[in-house]
Design a binder for this molecule. Structure first.
Ligand SMILES: NC(=O)c1ccc[n+]([C@@H]2O[C@H](COP(=O)([O-])OP(=O)(O)OC[C@H]3O[C@@H](n4cnc5c(N)ncnc54)[C@H](O)[C@@H]3O)[C@@H](O)[C@H]2O)c1
Length: 360
């Protein structure tokens, strides 16, 4: 089998997982055609580990896209650099696998969507959380219980110390909860309800700044931007969703891979909490509550591995995966609608945003 040649954009942070775990797993199906990172030391260290020649290493992505012959690029830079990489890939007719979010602004998302449509290239957006055992199990349970009335999601992490959330940019940028975290949860609410968001409203805030001084809310000074969000939304399937996001959680944690979900369905309620056990709650004919545990799904590939497998399958002629850019823009629209809803204290028409962005 001919190997798919990958131009890797970014070698630090999450890219390390892609390079050293995910792509290593698929080394019989892909190889590195080039590496890019503005951090030259990290770039060379990665290249040496992988046996990639220094002539295929670049600190400037434009030069890399000009010189490297690759089948696809894998973009794992901070979100504000995704649009540049996508536009360069489109100019070369190169297929794209990009980390979420599509971009750090709605304008960037729309620009990326339109560039990809115009160039006719493939673009898959990483939504690895859809493919974890706990979420696959939750979704299967939900699908066995008929129509969904409403879905609740809680994400709560204690990032009150500087750099607690991995990279500095997340503590320094505006809207980091929305752009770096909630995009996963909004995507999950679409995934679980099987619906697209119609409208969304709610609040995004920083509990120190809202009181006029970081000192008035302990721990809030670890972030320059908004740390919290509470939103409600309607889906086109008749379901309603609610979302609680907290990066300053002082109590129970529902952090990464431990988020709380409760889906109220006509045939019962499904609950998933930090213990990772999916439980179905039902009322017996006598009116008592019965709770049963659902056996955990075990897919061949989980999380990021599933995304890597989907991309390679697609490049090799398989079907387009669920989170292609033309679909995932609907999840990204929700996070920018949330930012707008909070800024304008209004209900935002998410469906209209997507229609305007994707009209030919
Ligand atoms: N799907 C997930 O579970 C998950 C988890 C973490 C991060 N991410 C996503 O991965 C992306 C990167 O986040 P991260 O945590 O790895 O960030 P990071 O800051 O830890 O690493 C980013 C890397 O990109 C490099 N870089 C920055 N600007 C660049 C540019 N213009 N050209 C080339 N290289 C550049 C940096 O030097 C660094 O090595 C983001 O989109 C983030 O949302 C996804």
């Amino acid at each position: 089998m001919t190997k798919q040649r990958c131009l890797m954009i970014g070698v630090g942070g999450m890219a390390r997982h892609w390079i050293h775990n995910v792509w290593r797993t698929f080394s019989d199906r892909m190889e590195f055609a080039g590496l890019v990172d503005i951090n030259q030391a990290a770039l060379y260290e990665t290249a040496d580990t992988l046996g990639v020649s220094r002539t295929h290493c670049f600190t400037n992505m434009a030069e890399a896209f000009e010189k490297v012959d690759a089948d696809f690029c894998c973009i794992v830079t901070p979100p504000q650099f995704h649009a540049d990489a996508v536009k360069l890939a489109c100019a070369r007719g190169m297929d794209i696998l990009s980390e979420k979010p599509i971009s750090d602004t709605w304008e960037g998302c729309v620009e990326i969507y339109q560039a990809v449509q115009k160039a006719g290239v493939k673009m898959l957006v990483t939504q690895n959380y859809r493919y974890t055992p706990r979420i696959l199990t939750l979704k299967k349970a939900v699908q066995s219980l008929g129509a969904i009335n409403y879905a609740v999601c809680r994400y709560a992490a204690d990032y009150r110390k500087p750099l607690a959330w991995g990279a500095a940019f997340r503590h320094e940028m505006r809207h980091s909860l929305m752009v770096e975290a909630s995009v996963h949860h909004f995507d999950q609410l679409r995934n679980l309800t099987g619906g697209d968001c119609l409208t969304l409203s709610g609040y995004e805030w920083h509990p120190g700044q809202i009181r006029g001084d970081d000192a008035k809310y302990a721990g809030s000074n670890s972030f320059k931007g908004e740390t919290n969000g509470m939103f409600v939304m309607q889906f086109n399937t008749g379901s309603v969703g609610s979302y609680e996001g907290n990066n300053l959680a002082t109590g129970k944690q529902n952090s990464w891979h431990s988020e709380y979900y409760r889906i109220e369905c006509e045939g019962g309620t499904v609950v998933l909490d930090a213990d990772h056990v999916v439980r179905i709650e039902e009322r017996t004919s006598q009116g008592t509550l019965s709770v049963r545990e659902v056996p955990t799904e075990r897919p061949q590939y989980e999380g990021h591995y599933a995304m890597g497998a989907q991309m390679l399958d697609w490049l090799e002629g398989g079907e387009a995966p669920a989170t292609v850019v033309s679909d995932n823009i609907k999840s990204n629209a929700m996070l920018f609608a949330a930012i707008e809803a909070a800024a304008t204290n209004s209900v935002v028409n998410v469906q209209a945003m997507v229609e305007a962005a994707t009209k030919a």
